[in-house]
Design a protein. Structure first.
Length: 451
């Protein structure tokens, strides 16, 4: 086998990258856009000693697990990369991906049934649209990048988001007169559109501009007037200024054009109801209905715990949800804006038994250790890269129970192993489909100190 060869193989399973895995002459071959039990023809693009990557040419015999995508642009858009697979079967594949991330370091019986998303359409309440324009006509493009490219798929309908987003982005295409900053127009202004909706279908809109401040020659009054008339559901409209050349979406400076400073989201599930104020720069789960189920699962495992640590706590989403029966919630978060938002969220939910600590998780956990402050339970929800090893080691000295929520099975497995080396044991891992139609997985591990 060599690069450029055309091979035929049968796909056995989906791996965590979202690619299908098959074998040719005993060598593992990864082929994207394939389903288990597909027989495919593919061209070898990258050949290594232990594996190869190939590009799909043709599905010779389609799998019985294939299904009609709910989106006509599924093949062109890089977002829902597994929408062509039957949903129930995809859940089975995700469950297997989660198990395999632990590489036999955890007994299979410790993996609990994988929970589906409550909704597989109109579930995603936040959208970030890169903006571009056509080379000659200067027509505005808005959508998502094609997979592994910076080429925008101009999307006019997306079934996983609120219908109002489709209408809104089409309005921007037709009414924005100040150009898009892109490779064809370095003088263009608009680079991203960020929209978030809540359970009441109210919208917070942020336009990200390629400048440090709005140029005096730019008059947005006509655009704003049309926007307010067309979209009364927009309760908050911001400009964000990002003059950098990189891929970072948001800049540091925001300007509220009209409306409220924050959007209020309500989560409700199993007799628990909480409200959260979310800022334009806040992180909050994009699938709120699924998030409420995850938070409820976590709460079930904090019953009887009087002191709870919520590390990497953000705007207080989990800490507030589990606060009802605890004596004290201590939230740790390094982002200054998130800390302020968390304090507001505790207040609007009439929660008084909380403390909020601003700072790096490792530093703050060490402060707790120095002061001999301990907790009945620690909940951690770190970013995709996982937790700092030093922070985990300190955590083992201030609590006997850790509930670890993760959006990356690989780093979750790595960190569980670190904790087990410090005398803890992983009791269970449960997956949740926070991100339907993709290979992404949310998981919660329950970890206790060995007796």
């Amino acid at each position: 086998m060599k690069n450029g060869d055309i091979i035929e193989l049968k796909i056995e399973k989906i791996v965590y990258s979202g690619a299908g895995l098959g074998f040719c002459d005993g060598l593992a071959v990864f082929v994207k856009k394939t389903a288990p039990e597909d027989v495919v023809q593919a061209r070898v693009m990258k050949l290594k000693k232990s594996y190869a990557e190939a590009r799909l040419i043709e599905v010779i015999t389609p799998s019985k697990h294939r299904a009609k995508p709910i989106c006509p642009l599924q093949n062109a858009c890089g977002s829902c990369n597994l929408q062509f697979i039957d949903y129930d079967f995809l859940i089975e594949q995700k469950e297997q991906m989660l198990i395999e991330a632990f590489r036999d370091n955890l007994a299979k019986e410790k993996f609990l049934p994988f929970e589906k998303s409550p909704k597989t359409e109109n579930f995603r309440k936040k959208a970030q649209y890169p903006i571009g324009e056509t080379k000659n006509s200067k027509r505005i493009l808005a959508g998502y990048y094609k997979e592994q490219t910076h080429e925008i798929t101009n999307i006019k309908f997306c079934p996983i988001q609120p219908p109002a987003f489709d209408k809104l982005i089409n309005f921007i295409r037709e009414n924005w007169e100040f150009g898009a900053w892109c490779k064809y127009n370095k003088n263009g202004l608009l680079r991203q559109v960020v929209a978030r909706a809540n359970s009441k279908n109210e919208i917070m809109l942020t336009l990200v501009l390629k400048c440090e401040t709005l140029p005096k020659k730019i008059d947005l009054s006509k655009f704003q007037e049309k926007l307010q008339k067309e979209f009364p559901e927009i309760v908050s409209f911001y400009l964000n200024f990002n003059p950098t050349e990189g891929n970072r979406i948001l800049g540091e400076k925001f300007e509220l054009i009209y409306g409220e400073k924050t959007l209020t989201e309500t989560l409700e599930y199993k007799n628990n109801k909480k409200e959260y104020k979310i800022g334009a720069e806040s992180f909050f789960q994009t699938n709120p209905a699924c998030a409420a189920r995850i938070f409820s699962y976590i709460k079930e495992h904090t019953e009887g715990d009087k002191t709870i640590l919520d590390a990497y706590g953000g705007v207080g989403a989990i800490g507030i949800w589990v606060s009802d029966e605890s004596k004290k919630i201590a939230l740790v978060e390094e982002n200054k804006d998130a800390v302020q938002m968390a304090k507001e969220n505790f207040k609007i939910n009439n929660i008084k038994n909380y403390e909020v600590y601003e700072g790096d998780a490792k530093v703050q956990l060490n402060n707790f250790y120095i002061k001999k402050k301990t907790f009945d339970c620690a909940i951690i929800d770190p970013p995709r890269k996982g937790s700092d090893k030093g922070a985990l080691e300190i955590l083992t000295k201030i609590t006997d129970k850790i509930i670890y929520m993760s959006c990356n099975p690989e780093t979750l497995a790595r960190d569980v192993k670190i904790l087990e080396e410090k005398g803890f044991e992983c009791e269970s891992v449960k997956g949740f489909d926070m991100f339907p139609w993709t290979h992404h997985i949310e998981a919660v591990a329950i970890i206790r100190k060995k007796k």
